[in-house]
Design a protein around this ligand. Sequence first.
Ligand SMILES: NC(=O)c1ccc[n+]([C@@H]2O[C@H](COP(=O)([O-])OP(=O)(O)OC[C@H]3O[C@@H](n4cnc5c(N)ncnc54)[C@H](OP(=O)(O)O)[C@@H]3O)[C@@H](O)[C@H]2O)c1
Length: 295
Amino acid sequence: MYSVYLQMNNVFITGATGLIGGAVLHDLLETPSMYKYEITAQIRTQNKADNKQNKTLLVHTSGTSILQYDLSSTNGPPTKCYGNSSNLDEIVKLPATQPHKPVDDVVLRIQAQSPELVRTAIICSSTIYGVSKGYDKINSVQIPWLVKSTIKAGQPVTVYSGDYNWLHVHVDDLAIIYHKITKSLLDGSSNAPSGDKGYYFAQAGNLPNWRQVAVYIVEQLVDKGLIFNKTIKELEPASLIDINEGFEFAPYFWGINSVCKAENAFKLSWQPAHISDEEFYKDIDQDIDYILSQK
Ligand SMILES: NC(=O)c1ccc[n+]([C@@H]2O[C@H](COP(=O)([O-])OP(=O)(O)OC[C@H]3O[C@@H](n4cnc5c(N)ncnc54)[C@H](OP(=O)(O)O)[C@@H]3O)[C@@H](O)[C@H]2O)c1
């Protein structure tokens, strides 16, 4: 088993033109110790040769929205924090009705069926903020989409009461998790679990609940003279989908709880640099400017 780790020399990255994938690819390309590995980035406009001879590391991007999928007006603040190590059995067995989980299950099967060929790791990020150092899409989604929804509604909007929490991570810190996992698995470190033990949550700071975020956004828009109504509009999921042009996942961005601990990443000595609420809020200001610049 250990010798398989040492023989691995391929890294395959999906979503390389995206916010996360771009940041990760940038980080790997800037790291001299990674030069000895063959790094393949999937880009949809380009054909790829298929090389089945070498051992491969598959790092898959999932999300911490796997942790809850029931939208309900009776749900309140989170009652549970999931650790990707301490709650592992529960996480692996989450049903395929959870977002991301059907693809996670495929990834889990890949290593289970071909452990001699592939090592897999699944990275689940919480709310990502910050501007990616990547190459195409560099802004995240949850906050920018909430800014857009607020502007469209002309007042702060929440899913039901909005009293739901996620945690947050800066995209630069997230890229470092990918780096550490990739390096550790390629080097055969026993600290880097893979396969059905290889779930990695990315979380560095506590997100204020989405109601508070909605209020913060509207305060900035009021200051800019763009909105005058500060009264929170508590919406049913269907109304949020309408505001977001039929995007069915929109209510889940702000209407579920997603609370976790980055246990496996911390075991790899991951030390996030961006953990303060101040930075998180400052980045909301940046997202507001970004959305306004798109108009
Ligand atoms: N941003 C967040 O806060 C966050 C948090 C947790 C989890 N996630 C998850 O992380 C993943 C990546 O998020 P992101 O924010 O980096 O997204 P993004 O910026 O929209 O990038 C998506 C990437 O995936 C590629 N892609 C899309 N559809 C594809 C397909 N059918 N086949 C192959 N490639 C495809 C895109 O390629 P093109 O450039 O060709 O379109 C792009 O490179 C998503 O699954 C998302 O749900 C995101």
